[in-house]
Design a protein around this ligand. Sequence first.
Ligand code: C2E
Ligand code: CA
Ligand code: CA
Length: 582
Amino acid sequence: MGKSSEMINDGKYQSIAQYPTHLIAKIFENVSEGIMVTNKDKMIINVNPAFEFVTGYKANEVLGKNPSVLQSGLHEVSFYINMWKTIYEKGIWQGEIWNRRKTGDIYPEWLTIMAIRDDEGNITNFCGIFTDLSEQKVVESELEKRTMMDSLTDVNNRFTYLDRMNALLEASASMTTEVSHAVFFLDLDRFKQVNDTLGHATGDLLLVEVARRIKKLLRNKDILARYGGDEFIITLTNINHPREAAAFAEQLIRCIEQPMSVNEHEVFVSTSVGVSIFPEDGAQTDDLIIKADKAMNYAKANGRNSYAFYFDELNIDSKRMLVLDAELRKAIENKDFTLHYQPKIDIKTSKVIGVEALVRWHSDKLGHVSPGEFIPYAEETGLIIPMSELIFEMACLGYRELAVQGFPDVPVAVNISSIHFQQNTFIDKIQEILQHTNTSAQNFEIEMTERTVMNSARETTSKLVRLKQLGFKLSIDDFGTGYSSLSYLVRFPLDILKIDRSFIQQIVSLDDKQAVVDAIIQMSHRLKMKVVAEGVETEQQVKVLKNMGCDIVQGYYYSKPLPMDELIDFLHLWEVEYQGRI
Ligand code: C2E
Ligand code: CA
Ligand code: CA
């Protein structure tokens, strides 16, 4: 006591017992905590304004009554018994309690009840002091929701997913009849590119939109979570047949590939989906996720925008992926690629009016790897940028060789990946390459897919205009496989449109394909674009295309892509034997 009595003595501190009653009354009137005082028989004898405010009862409505008027009915009798036991034994009880307001609303409060004793130690009064917690509870439940949910997309986060899956699988295992569930692992294709070129804010909005679209496809009992970055995971519960899972995967892909408009950008994303099935592929959540993930990687490596079911050989495939990665990096460093060139022929004059450069890679460990496999992988990992620069340089040197061999008017078309195109330094870099290989843009054509052009249209237009000003011819590749409408393409300064091989393949057998190709050709001509038919393999196809007024043909019917020396032989031979004759 020594210290505190000294404090009182120095006049700065005063025991509350020494407060004048009017000061205590002031505090009683003005604190924000509700205060209720009873006599020893627990009859309410005093309440403060905060009590009236929180409970909704006026003082005169509760004076003389038992505090049980406030009871919510939510607590069991034993709860109150324990509470009073504590008060009698320890003199004080504190805890959270649900009470009822006059309006009937139930609310949580933080309550302290004290027993007040006289000098002999007999209880004279009880005093309850409480704080309304209802607002705090709202915040807490929001917080709880946040830690269970992904705050960006408002779907479950991975932890909640794991919990729910574990519960689901446990319940399923104990059932007498066998139930089946399908797990889908989803990864957006080239999401990094969206983030890098349009900014993270746009990337975020895109994820929100993706989550919204997926939600629409689900039933209540299905589970959706954002697994991380651009990955989502879904469980379709109680499926009857894997066919249902296949149909759902198909639906997922279709709903995500629809163009999204975010932040005034029209963005195209596609997704790769891997599927694993409980219980066939695994009885545990982890196992099912790993297998669905593997299947997803397989789908991605096989051209993206598709789905795959897990199968046992996938374990081997992921080893190939590791080797591919290491080999590709090595090849870039050692410039281990070559180019083959495929001639393009003017359908009217049968002159070779250009060649397309196509990359070829032979790896020591993997043998010949097709660009259909390693280009998508390089795009996913960013390796495409150094590789693409290398290819452009090789194509420049290829053109020089052609010129030296007597074919200076055969331009070389180079395929440019959208990842490379969207680099800010893209144009500077290729200008640099032109300069040091001593070639000029007039001798080159740039082939880009629809997706490249359609993504982030605003930046695209100015880049295309600059390329055009430099002297490049611009062509749109694989036309018909994306979503662009011809009228949309008017905005861009394009010279050439290449109709995808899939249309040409069926042009003889399917009338509707013929009608589509015919329409594309007519429209392109109106827009002052020349039309190339890709993948021409038969004479019949050439005839049909000629009748439709197609300008240029390219395909195995004329020649496969050739190494430079064979190309030169081909060009000489062609001039002598065929030009002007077929
Ligand atoms: P693409 O640009 O559409 O190239 C045409 C593909 O069709 C080439 O396959 C070519 O060999 C093949 N092809 C040509 N005529 C016929 C035909 O009559 N029948 C059939 N069945 N196929 C024919 P390749 O060389 O395997 O290239 C596949 C894809 O890989 C290319 O499609 C292109 O998207 C990409 N690619 C190839 N080289 C490069 C490159 O240097 N850079 C970039 N960024 N991508 C490349
Ligand atoms: Ca091409
Ligand atoms: Ca093509």
